[in-house]
Write a protein that binds this ligand. Structure first.
Ligand SMILES: Cc1cc2nc3c(=O)[nH]c(=O)nc-3n(C[C@H](O)[C@H](O)[C@H](O)COP(=O)(O)O)c2cc1C
Length: 212
């Protein structure tokens, strides 16, 4: 039977040991990420690797402040607190030895361009875009990275929660690539001991339909 342990054993890791990850290993995982499929093979991704602990901590503070500022829009203290209750999931990369920022650019869909030039109705244009193909390629690349990391003995967490602070993050790391925006982040390192168990999955019967 095919050994799919590297799939079934992956789980999100939010606590890490104080151990660096060799650059060769990071490069291997990034290479795996780039072997993901992408629409019309546009490879619409760019990866920014951070290993500076202070910079990583600074980003976590930026995300905290941004989350809190958004929370202040709540009309009452109860909703502010509910908003803040998820903050640990957005700053849990703060002690990771490596954080990869995953940038993506829009999928350049030729049919969309043609139809737009031909004044197709907005509903048709939206339908063409609704698969969000560019974003799906980023997801595929991130998953390849996570699975490679698991196979190599590392822990990771896939995060989109912190991206509300993308502009401040960009300013802090002094990185900009025209046309690209921060889509997700990956924390990477050796997992701490006794991390929480992988959450259970919905049974297949609930999420699968065979049409014979
Ligand atoms: C698109 C996406 C965004 C996610 N964003 C976050 C996040 O911001 N913070 C976090 O701690 N986990 C995040 N996760 C991880 C999920 O919480 C996790 O995958 C889910 O709870 C299942 O747990 P497992 O990864 O251990 O199997 C994200 C996962 C995906 C696929």
């Amino acid at each position: 039977m095919t050994n799919l342990d590297f799939i079934y054993k992956r789980k999100s890791i939010r606590q890490f040991q104080d151990q660096p990850v060799p650059k060769a290993d990071i490069l291997e995982m990034l290479k795996a990420a780039t072997y993901a499929p992408s629409p019309k093979h546009q490879q619409n991704w760019h990866f920014v690797v951070l290993q500076d602990r202070e910079k990583i901590q600074e980003l976590a503070e930026i995300v905290y402040d941004s989350h809190e500022a958004i929370g202040r829009l709540a009309k009452n203290e109860k909703d502010f607190k509910r908003h803040m209750s998820v903050i640990n999931y957005y700053t849990c990369f703060k002690d990771a030895p490596v954080v990869v920022l995953v940038y993506g650019c829009e999928y350049n869909m030729i049919e969309y361009k043609i139809m737009k030039e031909n004044d197709a109705p907005q509903a048709v244009l939206e339908m063409l875009q609704s698969a969000q193909s560019g974003a799906q390629a980023i997801g595929a690349a991130v998953e390849n990275f996570l699975l490679a990391a698991t196979a190599m003995g590392y822990g990771t967490c896939y995060m989109t929660g912190p991206t509300h602070a993308k502009l401040a993050i960009e300013a802090a790391i002094d990185f900009e690539k025209p046309g690209y925006e921060l889509m997700s982040m990956i924390s990477l390192g050796v997992a701490a001991e006794n991390t929480p168990a992988q959450p259970p999955r919905k049974p297949l019967e609930e999420v699968v339909t065979f049409i014979d």
